[in-house]
Design a protein around this ligand. Structure first.
Ligand SMILES: [Zn+2]
Length: 335
């Protein structure tokens, strides 16, 4: 990035991040538009502070069509009390709030993908302005960052908590301690297709302990997946010493995405026939999916074969697929 003299963020918080107690308010971002001349985007935020201690920054709705994070965090924000906290908890249940309200991955205002918009810009699009506020105001306050994701409308995942391989091995080890504390059914050493512009990368480059999840998908959430999210966030806060009590993580299966061979992408569009379900064991060379051309009958489907052995940890969700879509992700079980 280099040294830049950036203007202040246009976002103002209606809460005081240094005040003791529980505050519910908004990150208010001016957004002038046809239906509201001097209007604003009002992003809900809760801050809970009690004495001195570490700060956890908890976010959902980085992508607007992923629901475990918002469900767990709206619930936590409503219930959390100052006397059960030591340190500070900052909760933003729906980070890309316009995308969350639209039920879409990216913002309906500017098509901005929050997780490709970092470090953001104070004079950029609405999505870039939100990213910039996290980059320069909220992330620097945090010691530990937990960002909830799931597959959204187009992917479905086995429920896992994840962290990344980092060059700073102490930072990496700390992140994986919190992945274990979260206690999702699966725990992943995660590889990103393209880490540039991600919130994850921004937090990690600041030296923060960063933990993320993929808890389901298909543009909805289930009783089970929301339960995993609620238990996970409580466990992480307890492991950090911020919430009273001891973490009680459930059994987990460790997974690894060793290289790009774990991803398969469609080269043709059409109707997808999955040959495996999430959690199934797959061997290298196995047929993972068929894609039928739908223009006429009598045409052979194209075949997607596994490039490595492991278990199916993600799959394309809608029944129709386009060229370039991610069809499947395979991860290796670490014994
Ligand atoms: Zn996401």
């Amino acid at each position: 990035m280099g040294i830049q003299n950036l203007r202040p963020s246009p976002i103002s918080a209606t809460v005081d991040f240094d005040a003791q107690g529980v505050q519910h308010g908004f990150l208010r971002l001016p957004y002038s538009r046809d239906d509201s001349a001097w209007g604003s985007v009002m992003i809900p935020v809760t801050v809970v502070k009690n004495g001195e201690g570490p700060t956890a920054l908890l976010t959902g709705g980085n992508h607007g069509d992923e629901y475990e994070g918002p469900a767990a965090l709206f619930d936590l924000a409503r219930r959390i009390e100052a006397d059960e906290v030591r340190g500070r908890v900052i909760i933003v249940p729906a980070m890309n709030y316009p995308a969350f309200l639209g039920g879409t991955r990216t913002s309906p205002i500017d098509r901005g993908n929050m997780n490709r918009s970092f470090p953001g810009r104070p004079d950029g699009t609405v999505t870039e302005k939100i990213a910039d506020y996290f980059q320069r105001v909220l992330l620097p306050l945090a010691d530990i960052v937990l960002d909830f994701h799931s597959g959204g409308k187009t992917l479905d995942f086995l429920p896992f908590c994840a962290a990344h391989v980092l060059t700073d091995k102490a930072q990496e080890a700390k992140a994986f301690e919190y992945v274990r504390a979260f206690g999702a059914p699966y725990s992943m050493k995660m590889l990103e297709i393209d880490a540039v512009g991600m919130y994850d990368t921004a937090a990690e480059e600041m030296g923060k302990v960063f933990v993320t999840t993929e808890l389901g998908g298909g543009g909805t959430a289930t009783a089970r997946s929301i339960g995993i999210a609620k238990a996970g966030v409580a466990n992480v806060l307890k492991a950090a010493g911020i919430l009273k009590g001891s973490a009680a993580p459930a059994e987990t299966t460790w997974l690894d995405m060793p290289d790009g061979d774990c991803f398969s992408f469609a080269e043709d569009g059409g109707l997808i026939e999955p040959m495996f379900d999430l959690g199934d064991r797959v061997a290298a060379g196995d047929l993972v999916a068929r894609i039928y051309p739908v223009g006429r009958t009598g045409v052979a489907p194209s075949e997607i074969r596994a490039k490595m052995s492991g278990i199916l940890c993600a799959r394309h969700f809608p029944g129709l697929v386009k060229a370039g879509d991610c069809v499947s992700v395979i991860a290796v079980v670490v014994d």
